[in-house]
Ligand binder design. Structure first.
Ligand code: SF4
Length: 332
C-alpha cells in the first residue's frame, strides 16, 4: 500500500482530522470533573468498581473536582491551548458517569459550558446502561444548539470480558445504547474499548471491528488494560492473576483491529494515556507518553498496512445482533 493515505500520510484516521473536517479548524477537548459517582460506586447499589478504575473515576484532573464548572473550563482551556495551540474547544464531561443527575441539573451544566464563546460543543462520557429515556430530549436539545458527542464506555462486546472487568452491563446493552442514541437524538457517538484482557483472540478482535463497522458511530477510543494503584486489578496483578500485554503484543492487537475497521471510523486514541503516572504499576511502557502511539503507527508503516485495508462491508455478527433484538443493516 502506498504511503499516500486519505489521512495525510497517517496510517489510521485520527480524530484530530475528523474534527478538522467537521469544524474547519483544530478543535481540542477540555476535560472537566463534575459528576461524582457511577452505578458501580454508588452506595445505592451493591456493586464493585470496575477492576481497572481508581478512586478518581477516569478523571483527567481529579484535583479540580471541587472547583466550579466555569472555573475548571477556564483553567483547563488555558492549559490545553498552550499545549495544543487550539483556539476552539469542546468541553468533555469525563469523570465517572455524566448522565446520572437530574435533567435540570444536567441542562444547567451543559448550558454553562456552552456559554463560553470559545466552546463549540460538548462531549458527554457515560455508560451504556445509564441512558434513560428522559435524557434523550436534553441531548437532542443540546445537539440543536451545538455539537454534542456521547462517549460510551462499552469496553468490550464479549460478556465474559465485561464480567472480568466487573462492568455491570452486558455486550447487548452496548449495542442497544448506541442504537437508542441514534434513534432518539442526532448526537455524534464514540465508543471506548479496552484491549489486553484474558480471552482475547484474533477472531474476537476482528469481530469487534465488524461490530463497530455496523454501528452508527463516528469514532472509537482504544485503551490497553493497565494496572493502577488501589484497584482490584492491582491486587490481581500482585497475585499473578493478571499479566498486562507487552507493547509488541498490544500493538499487534491494535493493528489487527484497525485493519478490519472501516476507514470512515475515526480513532481517538491507540493506547491509554493516564493523567496520573505516579499511580501506574504496570506495564511501564504505558507511562511513556506518546511513544506507544508512535510505535504502533511505525509498525503499521513498516508492514505497509493501514486502517481498513482488510475491511469488508459485512453484516454485524449474528450472535450479538440477534441477542440485542436489532434489525440488520443499520448504516455506520
Ligand atoms: S470505570 Fe466508570 S463505571 Fe467503572 S467504576 Fe470507574 S467510574 Fe465507575
Amino acid at each position: 500500500m502506498s504511503a499516500d493515505t486519505p489521512w495525510q500520510g497517517r496510517r489510521y484516521y485520527p480524530i484530530s482530522q475528523y474534527f478538522r473536517r467537521r469544524f474547519g479548524e483544530r478543535v481540542a477537548k477540555i476535560s472537566v470533573s463534575i459528576a461524582e459517582t457511577c452505578p458501580n460506586r454508588s452506595p445505592d447499589n451493591a456493586l464493585d468498581p470496575c477492576i481497572f478504575c481508581d478512586e478518581w473515576g477516569s478523571a483527567a484532573y481529579p484535583m479540580e473536582k471541587d472547583r466550579a464548572l466555569l472555573e475548571q473550563i477556564r483553567f483547563n482551556k488555558n492549559l490545553v491551548s498552550r499545549r495544543l495551540k487550539s483556539q476552539r474547544f469542546l468541553v468533555y464531561f469525563q469523570s465517572y458517569t455524566n448522565t446520572l443527575d437530574k435533567v435540570e441539573i444536567l441542562r444547567q451544566r451543559f448550558a454553562t459550558a456552552l456559554s463560553e464563546d470559545y466552546v463549540d460543543g460538548l462531549v458527554v462520557g457515560t455508560r451504556p446502561d445509564c441512558l434513560p429515556r428522559r435524557i434523550f430530549p436534553l441531548l437532542e436539545e443540546m445537539s440543536q444548539r451545538s455539537y454534542v458527542m456521547v462517549e460510551l464506555g462499552a469496553q468490550s462486546f464479549f460478556n465474559d470480558q465485561l464480567e472480568f472487568l466487573k462492568r455491570g452491563h452486558s455486550a447487548e446493552k452496548n449495542i442497544e445504547a448506541v442504537f437508542a442514541l441514534a434513534r432518539h437524538t442526532h448526537v455524534d457517538i464514540g465508543v471506548h474499548l479496552i484491549f489486553g484482557m484474558p480471552g482475547e483472540t484474533p477472531a474476537r478482535l476482528i469481530e469487534t471491528a465488524r461490530i463497530i463497522n455496523n454501528l452508527p458511530i463516528s469514532n472509537v477510543k482504544l485503551h490497553n488494560l493497565h494496572v493502577l494503584t488501589n484497584t482490584a486489578l492491582a491486587q490481581m496483578y500482585r497475585r499473578g492473576e493478571f499479566v498486562p500485554d507487552e507493547l509488541d503484543a498490544y500493538a499487534d492487537k491494535v493493528i489487527l483491529f484497525l485493519r478490519h475497521l472501516a476507514p470512515t471510523v475515526a480513532v481517538q486514541r491507540l493506547a491509554a494515556v493516564a493523567s496520573r503516572w505516579d499511580e501506574l504499576i504496570a506495564p511501564k511502557w504505558t507511562g511513556q507518553k506518546m511513544q506507544p502511539i508512535d510505535f504502533i503507527e511505525n509498525r503499521m508503516r513498516h508492514a505497509g498496512v493501514v486502517q481498513g485495508d482488510l475491511y469488508a462491508a459485512d453484516r454485524m455478527p449474528e450472535r450479538i445482533l440477534l441477542a440485542s433484538g436489532q434489525e440488520p443493516n443499520c448504516s455506520g
